[in-house]
Design a protein around this ligand. Structure first.
Ligand code: AHN
Ligand code: ZN
Length: 322
């Protein structure tokens, strides 16, 4: 199996003794190479169904695609079907999809992201689009694209490099039908809310979780999100540390701290499993990516480098977990 040798260059300028020292250290990662072209293709395939909005045929067909794809990569797939209601009272049919590796292992980590897309482009610059559904290539699709490529790598690993811990890849439904510009936090993340109370397997737990959201955009940076910092600071350190170790410090930045974001990781934390959110911010304006909840959140604005930075970091975390 191909392994990656990471070369990092440390320049040490010792002021006072006028000594300039350059040191090259090499770090050999045990993780396989994350293929961003594959992840990109999985994002494109999700988008090809059309917007994956609740109660739509595109949503249901894409759910089948996702479950099938994980099965083809050797996962044990659990479905969690449930009824819920949107904040406006609309009944919805939800499906959380859980792809498990080493289901018998007691040490487990979970990686998650939502697979539904928003039915209203209510942040679009053109008000005429505010009731139009979005493709959600980044907002939804990117996380699942990365998780599918993680799954493919888990299957592909040679016998001597197989992951021994349990890994659960959880696809949340109904994350993105929340009430905008309100304090109605419970209107978001309906799939993870359900799972937080009723697990796909009774008594299921994990050592920690990493939720991915908007991990495939242009001009994207990841800041340390505040709920993650308070619920799971060691996991934030672990993930940002892994990214920086393998050369993705530009993406996983320590420059600023993020805000408090209502997202699926909160539900996992409230269910007793420490969980962080890796959520994209715009490098220029801070805040959510510029395509967020607009019709520009489509495959044309997916960036393979961002997918790679996040995907490779996830493989690094998985393959170095003791
Ligand atoms: C709020 O707007 C409160 N949370 C956003 C969570 C989200 C929506 N992530 C992607 N889309
Ligand atoms: Zn969204």
């Amino acid at each position: 199996m191909k392994k990656i040798l990471y070369l990092s260059l440390f320049s040490l300028l010792l002021i006072g003794c006028k000594e300039k020292k350059t040191e090259v250290t090499d770090y050999v990662s045990p993780a396989p190479v994350f293929c961003e072209d594959s992840a990109y293709a999985y994002v494109a395939e999700q988008c090809a169904f059309g917007p994956r909005v609740m109660n739509s045929a595109a949503h249901d067909s894409c759910g089948e695609y996702i479950a099938q794809k994980f099965k083809s990569f050797g996962a044990v797939v659990y479905d969690q079907y449930a009824d819920s209601k949107l904040y406006d009272g609309t009944p919805i049919k939800m499906r959380n999809i859980i792809a498990s590796y080493n289901p018998e292992a007691s040490v487990r980590i979970l990686i998650a992201g939502h697979w539904d897309s928003r039915q209203w482009a209510d942040n679009d610059p053109d008000e005429a689009n505010h009731n139009t559904p979005i493709d959600g290539a980044n907002d939804g699709g990117s996380s699942i694209g990365v998780m599918l490529e993680i799954a493919r790598q888990l299957q592909l690993a040679s016998d001597s490099n197989k992951v021994k811990i349990g890994v659960d890849l959880i696809c949340w439904d109904a994350e993105d039908s929340g009430e905008a510009a309100s304090n109605n936090a419970s209107s978001w993340c309906l799939g993870s809310q359900y799972w937080s109370g009723i697990r796909h397997i009774e008594g299921y737990t994990a050592r920690y979780g990493i939720n991915l959201d908007m991990v495939g955009g242009n001009n994207t940076v990841f800041y340390r999100e505040q709920y993650s910092m308070s619920y799971a600071p060691t996991i934030v350190d672990k993930v940002w540390g892994a990214a920086n170790r393998i050369g993705y410090g530009k993406f996983f930045s320590y420059d600023e701290e993020g805000g408090y974001i209502t997202d699926d990781h909160l539900q996992v934390n409230q269910g007793g499993i420490p969980c962080i959110d890796v959520i994209g911010s715009d490098t220029k304006n801070g805040g959510f990516p510029s395509t967020w909840h607009t019709l520009d959140d489509n495959i044309k604005n997916i960036n393979k480098e961002t997918l790679k930075a996040v995907g490779q970091t996830m493989l690094e975390v998985i393959w170095t977990e003791e």
